[in-house]
Design a binder for this molecule. Structure first.
Ligand SMILES: [Zn+2]
Length: 453
């Protein structure tokens, strides 16, 4: 009996075990199905470039970036104004990719100026919504703005010397997301002043002739409308000195290890020197522009007042713009370059003071410059201290005028112990003597910046 009951019970138990297992499988299947359907419950994320500002220009291109874990299936952009609507973009993708980009503009809409609604609808490829997928719909109120901003230049130096600098102050009739001075491929950012005007410091690079120097002031509003106009600035040429720099065998021997490090692909010291003087110089110039043209690295206002300081008790050994011919022991010309700063010599390992109040934006070893410190003084202006034997500041340090930041030396392409002092605007070297001259500074920079509107 006992046994039988036991069997019976065990049978019952086993039958309930079967149904429990079936239930578990069923629940598992339901969970998997729910997970399958529910794993992606949201439509694609959609971002706009430029970001939505509430204003659009008729010719402005807007790039949509869409991301979805199930893949982006389609996108449509519709413009609505009153009862009218028009599709300006419609894409259906044959393959589901997690990231898609699409571009649209209003140029074919013939929309009049004024307000309209922009509808952006993106659909993913998930099985949610009975296989129709999830969608994201953005309905954005937009004003069509066909008017470019108006620029009024308030003050500008009457002339700018080749290799020198200028500051202009101007106003713009509406909010802008980009403004400054454009010169060829270079752009010098302007910075908003407390009174609402913009100030822009820009150079007349020594690499430009007066006949090529056509700076333009430019402003782009939030709808992408751009105004640019030629600045009526008088470009003044000046002559620069020429000198001959001897590169004796002894110098090449002295620099052998450092030259081998800068240009390891060359075999002789002379080849390495020539390589460093041309190829490495170009790399270093590009690096200075990369650092100096980044508006995020510079203070939006000047950090200094008064004049810039020269290395104390120093003699000027070479000037900005000196056109140098390099000759070997046999007086054979081996190279030529333009010198882009002021070479100042004092005693060996002389203490180097910061020329003005500022913030250290770069320290390290940079090719021909050797150990170098760059100090930002605001609005794209920086001072450069090269060939240092050592430096005692780091990036982010605030420095006071006269504060010791390092010691002179011979690192990089320096024969004797000296300081190469550079002044840079947007990373482009300009005439340092202007910044050491209180009268020039007052007339060309500070008085202009403080001109009432
Ligand atoms: Zn130098």
């Amino acid at each position: 009996m006992f046994k039988k009951r036991s069997v019976y019970r065990s049978e019952r138990r086993s039958s309930s075990g079967v149904s429990a297992a079936a239930l578990l499988v069923f629940l598992g299947a339901v969970a998997a199905g729910v997970w399958f359907l529910m794993r992606d419950l949201s439509g694609p994320s959609v971002t706009m470039d430029p970001p939505h500002s509430g204003r659009m220009g008729i010719a402005q291109s807007v790039r949509l970036s869409m991301d979805d874990k199930s893949g982006v299936q389609s996108v449509a952009v519709t413009v609505r104004r009153g009862a009218q609507s028009m599709i300006v973009l419609k894409e259906k993708y044959a393959e589901l990719e997690k990231h898609r980009e699409a571009v649209f503009s209003l140029k074919d809409t013939q929309l009049p100026e004024g307000s309209f609604e922009l509808e952006i609808k993106a659909q993913d490829g998930s099985f949610a919504g009975f296989g129709f997928g999830n969608s994201t719909t953005l309905r954005l109120p937009v004003i069509l703005d066909a008017q470019p901003p108006r620029i009024a230049v308030k003050t500008m130096p009457p002339s700018i010397r080749r290799g020198g600098a200028a500051l202009i102050v101007y106003t713009v009739s509406e909010d802008v997301d980009r403004t400054g001075v454009r010169l060829g491929q270079s752009f010098f950012h302007a910075f908003r002043q407390p009174n609402g005007s913009y100030a822009c410091l820009f150079p007349f690079p020594i690499t430009y002739k007066t006949s090529e120097f056509f700076p333009e002031v430019l402003a782009r509003d939030l709808a992408g409308n751009v105004t640019s106009s030629r600045l009526p600035v008088r470009a003044v040429n000046r002559t620069f000195r020429s000198d001959t720099l001897k590169i004796p065998e002894s110098f090449l021997n002295f620099k052998a290890a450092e030259l081998a490090q800068i240009c390891p692909e060359k075999s002789t010291s002379l080849e390495q020197y020539l390589c460093a003087n041309s190829k490495e110089r170009a790399i270093d110039d590009a690096k200075l522009i990369e650092i100096g043209s980044d508006p995020a690295r510079t203070s939006p206002s000047f950090l200094w007042t008064g004049r810039f300081l020269q290395l104390p008790k120093s003699a000027v050994k070479a000037r900005y713009g000196d056109f140098r011919s390099y000759v070997d022991d046999n007086r054979q010309k081996i190279d030529e370059q333009t010198h882009m700063g002021l070479d100042l010599a004092s005693v060996a390992r002389a203490e180097v003071p910061a020329a003005q109040h500022g913030r250290v934006i770069w320290t390290g070893y940079l090719g021909i410059h050797g150990n170098m410190v760059l100090v930002d003084h605001g609005m794209g202006l920086a001072t450069q201290y090269s060939h240092l034997s050592e430096y005692s500041v780091q990036v982010g340090d605030e420095v006071q005028p006269g504060q010791i930041i390092g010691r002179t030396g011979t690192t990089g392409l320096a024969g004797g112990d000296h300081l190469h002092f550079g002044v840079l605007i947007g990373g482009i070297p300009v005439e340092p003597l202007e910044w050491l001259d209180p009268k020039w500074l007052k007339n060309n920079i500070t008085d202009r910046l403080n001109t009432p509107l």
